[in-house]
Design a protein around this ligand. Structure first.
Ligand SMILES: NC(=O)c1ccc[n+]([C@@H]2O[C@H](COP(=O)([O-])OP(=O)(O)OC[C@H]3O[C@@H](n4cnc5c(N)ncnc54)[C@H](OP(=O)(O)O)[C@@H]3O)[C@@H](O)[C@H]2O)c1
Length: 261
């Protein structure tokens, strides 16, 4: 499936992004790895070059900067790299009450989770449409299904990712290009580094398992994938069936579970 394809993975230096890189390289995809941590990306690229025969390009970028996102797009075009699969995975979450935080970190979430995601999709999806193949995987979250007091901007940014991806998927329905939104629940990654989660890492899903579920869903051309534990998906049903006021209050327990600070 991935032989002779090139996948651009954002947030490839850690967690889900690193797992995407490992699994896609093992299946023969060439990679373009993006994140801020240049040394970590280079180390990962070296390891994968040692284990596989795929071509790997490392392009360190701060995706919170619109100018750097433009530079990344231009660099990929200058190098004539054809992106068959775009994995918009880079993201961050601020799990604190809105007014207790700095505006800069809230805006950073919107810039990375939302702005960079639509800019890269707008840049690379047209090439896929032209070739009638490939696709975009956008990492949303179970946070996309209801407002989260205590992570207000994060949940809103993931609702954006889910709604945007579903709509784009229908717009590209007959083009041969797949758009998949993935909605993981808690995964044991560096995502929680600044938080104090009540959940232990071993109670969370593991990145490799989550990524193989997402890739399977993408290969089946699913519009939305719920990787990992079934309870994650069941949890999203509350927002469909319970009154809005009730789900808003119940969801506070989730943010408290993920950050007890
Ligand atoms: N872990 C979870 O429980 C969970 C659940 C649902 C959804 N998600 C989503 O999954 C995605 C991956 O997160 P993860 O769990 O793998 O977390 P992670 O281990 O913290 O990885 C986040 C990645 O995003 C990159 N990144 C962050 N800010 C960036 C910036 N300004 N520019 C470029 N890259 C940036 C980081 O790289 P650098 O620091 O090197 O830049 C890192 O590679 C995120 O979108 C997250 O919202 C996670």
């Amino acid at each position: 499936m991935y032989q002779d394809m090139t996948a651009l993975i954002t947030g490839a230096s850690s967690g889900l992004g690193e797992a995407f890189a490992r699994q896609l390289a093992a299946q023969g995809a060439n990679l373009v790895l993006v994140a801020r941590s240049e040394d970590t990306l280079n180390r990962l690229a070296e390891t994968l070059r040692g284990e596989t025969r795929v071509q790997i390009t490392v392009l360190p970028t701060d995706l919170s900067s619109a100018a750097e996102v433009d530079r990344l797009i231009a660099e990929i075009q200058n190098r004539a790299l054809r992106i068959d699969i775009l994995i918009n995975n880079a993201g961050l979450g601020v799990f604190e009450n809105f007014l207790d935080t700095q505006l800069t970190e809230q805006v950073e979430q919107v810039d990375v989770n939302v702005r960079a995601l639509i800019a890269l999709t707008h840049a690379f999806a047209p090439g896929m449409v032209e070739m009638h193949r490939g696709g975009v995987i956008n990492i949303a979250s179970t946070a996309a299904f209801q407002p989260l007091a205590g992570a207000a901007v994060y949940a809103a940014s993931k609702a954006f990712v889910l709604f945007f991806s579903e709509a784009l998927s229908l717009e590209l329905d007959k083009t041969g290009v797949t758009v998949t939104a993935a909605c993981p629940g808690p995964v044991a990654t560096r995502f929680f580094a600044r938080m104090n989660p009540r959940l232990q890492a071993r109670e969370m899903d593991q990145p490799a398992h989550v990524v193989s579920d997402i890739l399977r869903g993408f290969e089946q051309r699913k519009r939305v994938v719920y990787p990992g534990k079934l309870t994650n998906r069941l949890g999203t049903w509350g927002a469909r069936f319970l009154p809005r006021n009730m789900i808003l209050r119940l969801a506070v327990a989730t943010t408290k579970k993920l950050n007890q600070n």
